[in-house]
Ligand binder design. Structure first.
Ligand SMILES: *Cc1c(COP(=O)(O)O)cnc(C)c1O
Length: 407
């Protein structure tokens, strides 16, 4: 069974509760609900709702599944990857000391620094440095935004350093940073554990194999699980991180339903026909590319994901003089269609928007093709949108949506 193509195209399925519908070609976005679950994952989640469960027993089962999925010694589930970063840092600070766990984020003690390369200090919807601070950790910046050197990391890892954090993401600078193997070697020589934020990465075994002591994934991104964070790694560090549920982890807890759903999502991932899913995504990209390739001012190119994810997107370059509107204006205009087409627009200031095929439901690839041809052929709808406002919205829109809520 392909990922989400099992659902019939039935718009009432989308707005059964009266919520707005959309076609998501932007990727796995928190503000759009992350991903859509298969019926198997949805059923596992629903089945856990009307019953009691021993959470530690469920988490122990999750640990076994995480170990099979990642090759880690152990693991646990929490509310999100962001929570996973905070709990992993907290565990590295307190170890198995419950009094210290209860005290956080206060009294972290002198060993509270977390070394991070400056180019990895990203924002994924919130600042990664804040996930560290919530645990009482103190971000220790290594290098500059475009260059970090081995000796700079080595110098940062003194006895006040509890952990070193490494971020793998399209959000981070993709050159000049220390490769993970080298990063882990330098950290381990100083006895400092390495935490890898790989929230959105398909590679579930590689980062541990390259020396990570803990690696963190989102359950609700490519895995298609309920909102959750997967923390995998060395048994002692995992236990210390899980202990944080008696303290700061309380507000980050995961419930029985999401544990059940995340376990189902992980098992599904291990059984899924990944090649068939890739083929389906490629078919959509080829179809879109062919449909708009000859339109004036429009240059569609297939590009690989900036990290090693086995995923391509269609990058649609827009020449405003010939196309009638800018990439930012088109991105905004697609969002005003009925149903709205949410394109990947966070790099529109560079002159393109992108289409991500990883969240399509059955029939939507054709719907997207038709919307692309319609919108990009005339440019008139997009030209009516304020160009500067559209660019600013791409940069600030995420925060603005929170500011506007209930206003
Ligand atoms: C999405 C993402 C996060 C946050 O993940 P959540 O599970 O939504 O908290 C953290 N880091 C990176 C690199 C991400 O892409």
């Amino acid at each position: 069974m392909l990922r989400n193509t099992e659902y019939p195209i039935d718009w009432s399925w989308h707005d059964a509760e009266g919520f707005g519908r959309m076609v998501n070609v932007s990727g796995t976005m928190t503000s759009l609900g992350g991903s859509i679950a298969t019926q198997r994952v949805a059923a596992a989640t629903a089945a856990a709702m009307p019953r009691f469960a021993r959470i530690h027993e469920m988490q122990a089962r999750a640990s076994e599944v995480i170990a099979r999925l990642t090759g880690a010694e152990a693991g646990f589930l929490t509310a999100s990857a962001s929570a996973g970063i905070t709990l992993a840092v907290a565990g590295a600070i307190t170890g198995m000391d419950p009094a210290r766990a209860e005290a956080l984020p206060q009294d972290p003690g002198p060993r509270r620094a977390v070394a991070v390369q400056m180019g990895h200090l990203c924002e994924y919807g919130a600042p990664v440095s804040q996930a560290i601070a919530l645990a009482g950790g103190d971000t220790r910046t290594v290098g500059q935004s475009t260059l970090a050197k081995d000796y700079q990391l080595d110098a940062a890892l003194d006895e006040t350093c509890a952990a070193a954090l490494y971020v793998v993401s399209h959000h981070v600078v993709d050159y000049g940073m220390i490769p993970l193997e080298t990063f882990a070697e330098i950290a381990h020589a100083k006895g400092v554990p390495v935490i890898v934020d790989a929230a959105s990465e398909y590679d579930l075994t590689g980062f541990l194999a390259k020396g990570a002591d803990i690696v963190i994934y989102s359950g609700h991104k490519f895995l298609g699980g309920p909102t959750s964070g997967i923390v995998a790694g060395r048994r002692d560090l995992i236990r210390a991180s899980y202990l944080q549920n008696i303290g700061i982890g309380r507000g980050m807890k995961i419930g029985k339903e999401s544990i059940a759903g995340a376990i189902a999502a992980m098992e599904q991932w291990m059984e899924r026909d990944h090649d068939a899913i890739r083929a389906e995504e490629t078919r959509a990209l080829q179809m879109w590319q062919a449909a708009i390739a000859d339109l004036p001012g429009i240059t569609p190119m297939r590009i690989p994901d900036p990290t090693n994810n086995p995923l391509e997107r269609l990058q649609v370059w827009v020449d405003p003089a010939k196309a009638g509107a800018s990439a930012a204006q088109f991105a905004e205009a697609f969002g005003r269609l009925d149903p709205p087409l949410i394109v990947r627009g966070h790099e529109v200031e560079k002159g393109y928007f992108q289409l991500d095929p990883c969240n399509l439901m059955r029939g939507q690839a054709e719907l997207v093709r038709d919307a692309l041809v319609h919108m990009l052929t005339s440019g008139a709808d997009a030209a009516a949108i304020d160009a500067d406002a559209a660019k600013a919205a791409a940069r600030n829109g995420g925060t603005q949506a929170y500011m506007n809520w209930l206003a």
